[in-house]
Ligand binder design. Structure first.
Ligand code: WT7
Length: 632
């Protein structure tokens, strides 16, 4: 395939071309896709607006590039292999031909339920093949999907429905996860009591648990497709029409809807997939992410399927029925490329090598990591015991906003270095700036990671609030896209991501705004004020540490801590539940009333020797009290 890089020299050559003449570089790659009408201009952009358009006036449908484009060459090849939670339940294989039929049929069913081009559809469903079918059916008819991770609470779901004014929800009765059966439809029911734009809810029967079906609103998936045709003509989409919205947390306010559009996202996810993982036709690729996150969008569904790959989807968890499950699945389906998160590696590492040893893992060619910095210890464990020292480990850095992988080794082509994401992909123009916005040139520098030039899968806006997009990403360092990450470029020019420099914490690879967690904590009636910081956590990478001022009258610390955790679970979901809650008499503040998070972060990490000067605080005595309370 013309867009696949095969050598280190080839990488440098392609990189050079992509910087010297980006438009021709991307046009050549885009030419191998099916366009209903070719674009007039490859790129129009400025980062002041920001206003970025790729493949201007091009017309396409991404599902034609996933389905029709592959039908003749490999219609009978598995597109999706679905592995259920219970290892004794039979797995499901959908070929490209079968996927085509199912997507077309469900697309027709959605239309029959009143959804059309431009309408927003919420997908709140566990890891079942229908999740991918629903996403592709939306793309087929031009509806904009917004997948909400099925672990989010009714309040979070309702906030997202309201923000994007969604018309339909696609969900399931329940969810099998490990030895648990979790209600899903019931959460939707609750979310619909506080939002009023949803006209129809399509419900997949997965667990068979009891649900209430509301007359005129709810319809079973199997009833919705009953007798519906499997022929469907794909909607004509403009390159810059919305493909999907995905909500993600930031340092302020409620989660924002990151917007991705059709043309550029298609080109970049496919290109990056093929090159990072060095996918060969016939390989079986498995990414363990959930479709509720960007990794699931770009590297379970769109990237692999655009490349005509076989993509494994797993419903369960790494430790069920035992901590060898991942490796059992790799051997069972002869997985060639395996892509997971450092938090999963660390959790499995804690069980020792015994659960890995029974499995040969001989099919593996490439292993990958995503979501958070991978510490050297986990890197080596993964490399030695899973990759058996013979598989390149690709540490892939990217974000919901970037749509695809921007910094990563190309497996077996460019060098790896433990804990380093290494080098940018072709087309990605990185820069490091200091806090004043001065570009730091040369090697051996450290600062804020920015990007100077557009890449095809970058976010276009934050839904319904373009100003917020500008403020968040394009204002800190004018002229650049700011990632929010700190980075080091070492003496050899390799990039190492150091973690967030803003008030965002990364818990098990999930992004959490400290302000968002504080707002949830503050909903508890006894809470006066709170401050949330991240602290190093052996398995999660970062844990959530909450300092809370409470009205303690007649209450014990333990009961309040438990109630506060419950409040957060109810408002955001279990992933945001604080790991530690310390009830404090006050919070350290500057004279202007700003909470000194730097001090709180140090105390949470147990680094009390380096607190720095606290004498300028409004209330310096509080620091001692908090330290004592923390047992330090
Ligand atoms: C943030 C983005 C990318 C999909 C999953 C997370 C951190 C991501 C790495 C990596 C170090 C990483 C960054 C980034 N991050 N990948 N390989 N090494 N840090 O997507 O929820 O949008 O979070 O995750 O801090 O900004 P996300």
């Amino acid at each position: 395939m013309s867009d696949r890089i095969h050598s280190l020299g080839g990488y440098f050559h392609e990189y050079q071309k992509s910087v010297q003449d980006p438009e021709n570089f991307w046009a050549r790659i885009a030419d191998s896709f099916h366009w209903q009408k070719r674009w007039d201009k490859v790129l129009d952009w400025n980062f002041e607006g920001p206003d970025v358009k790729w493949f201007v006036n091009g017309k396409l449908n991404i599902t034609e590039n996933i389905l029709e484009r592959h039908l003749f060459t490999h219609g009978d090849k598995p597109a999706i292999i679905w592995e259920p939670n219970d290892p004794n339940e039979i797995h499901v294989t959908l070929t490209y031909k079968q996927l085509h039929e199912k997507v077309c049929q469900f697309a027709n069913a959605m239309k029959a339920q009143g959804v059309g081009k431009g309408d927003r559809v919420i997908i709140y469903i566990p890891m079942v093949p229908e999740a991918a079918i629903a996403m592709l059916a939306c793309a087929r008819i031009g509806a904009v999907h917004s997948v909400v991770f099925a672990g989010f609470s009714a309040t979070s779901l309702s906030d997202r429905i309201i923000d994007c004014q969604a018309k339909m929800v696609i969900t399931s009765d329940g969810n099998f996860r490990g030895n648990k059966q979790i209600p899903v439809k019931a959460v939707v029911d609750e979310a619909l009591t506080t939002s009023d734009t949803i006209e129809k809810v399509i419900v997949l029967k997965r667990t068979g648990q009891e649900v209430t079906m509301n007359e005129g609103v709810d319809i079973w998936w199997h009833d919705a497709i009953e007798g519906v045709s499997t022929h469907n003509i794909a909607e004509v989409m403009d390159s810059e029409d919305l493909l999907f919205i995905l909500y993600t947390s930031g340092s302020t306010g409620k989660p924002k809807g990151v917007v991705h559009t059709c043309g550029g996202y298609m080109i970049y996810t496919s290109y990056s997939f093929k090159n990072v993982f060095q996918y060969d036709q016939g390989d079986v690729y498995w990414c363990t992410a959930d479709v509720g996150w960007i990794t699931g969008h770009s590297y379970i569904v769109y990237g692999p399927l655009l490349a005509g790959a076989t993509s494994v989807m797993f419903e369960g968890v790494p430790t069920y029925p035992d901590p060898g499950r991942f490796w059992a699945i790799c051997d069972k389906h002869k997985v060639n490329q395996f892509y997971t998160a450092p938090t999963a590696i660390r959790a499995l590492q804690a069980f020792g090598t015994e659960p890995v040893e029974p499995y040969s893992l001989e099919s593996l060619k490439v292993i990958g990591s995503v979501g958070e910095p991978i510490n050297e210890e986990a890197w080596h464990w993964y490399h030695d015991h899973v990759g058996k020292g013979r598989c390149p480990l690709v540490d892939t850095w990217w974000q919901t906003e970037t749509g695809g992988i921007l910094i990563s080794p190309l497996a077996g082509i460019t060098p790896t270095k433990p804990a380093y994401a290494t080098l940018p992909l072709p087309g990605v123009q990185l820069t490091i700036v200091d806090n004043e916005g001065n570009e730091l040139k040369g090697n051996s520098v450290q600062g804020n990671l920015c990007i100077k030039f557009p890449w095809p899968s970058m976010l276009r806006t934050t839904y319904g609030d373009h100003e917020r997009c500008k403020q968040t990403y394009f204002s800190s360092f004018p002229g650049y896209y700011f990632t929010g990450d700190g980075v080091k470029r070492d003496e050899d020019g390799y990039y190492r991501i150091l973690g967030r420099v803003d008030d965002v914490i990364n818990v098990s690879g999930h992004r959490m705004g400290t302000a968002e967690v504080e707002n949830a904590i503050n909903e508890h009636p006894k809470v006066v004020e709170s401050a949330v910081v991240g602290y190093p956590h052996d398995i999660k990478g970062q844990g959530i540490y909450a300092y809370v001022i409470c009205d303690m009258e007649g209450r014990s610390e333990e009961s309040l801590q438990a109630e506060i955790k419950q409040t957060v679970t109810k408002i955001i979901g279990p992933i945001a539940r604080p790991d530690k809650i310390q009830i404090v008499p006050g919070l350290p503040k500057t004279r202007s009333g700003k909470i000194m998070r730097r001090i709180l972060r140090k105390i949470a990490s147990g680094e009390v020797d380096s607190l720095g000067d606290t004498s300028t605080l409004l209330n310096p005595d509080i620091v001692e009290a908090i330290k004592t309370g923390a047992g330090l």
